[in-house]
Every structure is written in C-alpha cells, then in structure tokens.
Design a protein around this ligand. Structure first.
Ligand SMILES: [Zn+2]
Length: 67
C-alpha cells in the first residue's frame, strides 16, 4: 500500500524507502535495508509528498518488520 495516497498497488508498482537518521530519505530498490521502511507508488505527487515529515512520522513508524 502506498503510504501517501493509501491505494493498493502490486509490489512492482511500489518503491521502497527507508528513513535514516543521518542520511534522511534513502531509496531501497533491493528492499534489504534495515530501518523504518515505507512503500510509495510511482505517482509523482506521492513521491513529492513522501518528503513530508508528517507522513514519515505517522506512517513509516513500525513497518520495519516487513509489513
Ligand atoms: Zn501513492
């Protein structure tokens, strides 16, 4: 599910990001990085909104166990 628009997409249509305290937003194309991961669809507006701190705090928390 996209964390921004909350629509469901097949995994191939989603990009994974993690949020690192030092590096900030990091793309995770291999889906192997530890940390708070978020999935977002490839819509431009969703990718833009992913930089919103509010969305990160609310929706990326606690997804590190593979949801
Ligand atoms: Zn989206």
């Amino acid at each position: 599910m996209c964390v921004v628009c909350r629509n469901r997409f097949p995994k191939t249509e989603l990009l994974r990001f993690i949020f690192d305290s030092e590096r900030g937003q990091v793309a995770d194309p291999r889906q192997r990085l530890p940390g708070r991961g978020c999935y977002v669809c490839k819509t431009e507006s969703c990718l833009d909104k992913l930089t919103s701190t509010r969305i990160r705090r609310k929706r990326c928390k606690g997804e590190m166990h593979g949801q």
